[in-house]
Design a protein around this ligand. Sequence first.
Ligand code: DC
Length: 221
Amino acid sequence: MIVAIDGPAGAGKSTVARELARRLGYQLVDTGAMYRTVAFESLRADIDLKDEEAVAEIAENLKFEFRFVDGENITFCNGEALQDEIRTAEVSRASSIISAHPKVRQVLVRQQRRVGRERSSVLEGRDIGTVVFPDAEVKVFITASSRVRARRRVEQMEEQGEEADFEEVLSEMVARDKRDSEREIAPLVKAEDALEIDSSDRDVDDILDELQDAISEQQDG
Ligand code: DC
């Protein structure tokens, strides 16, 4: 069983994907973490982020695994656990740049398909239902208004002790959405057959119940 969850940053996708994977006992493949890791390793190697070949070579040498540890989904890359270091603003910006390179996407998509087929999985990203697993049994596209998404992001930053300016976060989010949805390769779009969920005024449990019903229906049918 493959459950594909796509949507823009801050739509609540990660929370829904994590809780759903936990309820179902499925593996959770966080594809954003994979792009983030490639960005992080490219920055660390001090290579030009626009150098598609060099970034793709970095991606080729990374092997990913995902495991729940104490209820948190942890990304392991070449055996090492990655956490806060791939969540910085610098890595967010860099991941948006490197994820536009077709060769980088090709390398990561290949690995996403391999890891996803190992066992029942929830995959979370931008192009799971359209590109990575167009034949996924269940596809979900989660959205929320940009103001709601920016507010959530500000709260998250403040929790981490970072300073956050709402208007700045909002404009950066709008710019990132535009880049992600207008790029030529694997743009952020809803798959035609995806269930669309607007999380702006809904709580997580309510969304999870709806998704579990959709999955049961799929399993029964
Ligand atoms: O979901 P996230 O914020 O962790 O994603 C980080 C970046 O990677 C973001 O710029 C979008 C990009 N991404 C992508 O292009 N395709 C995916 N399947 C997942 C993430």
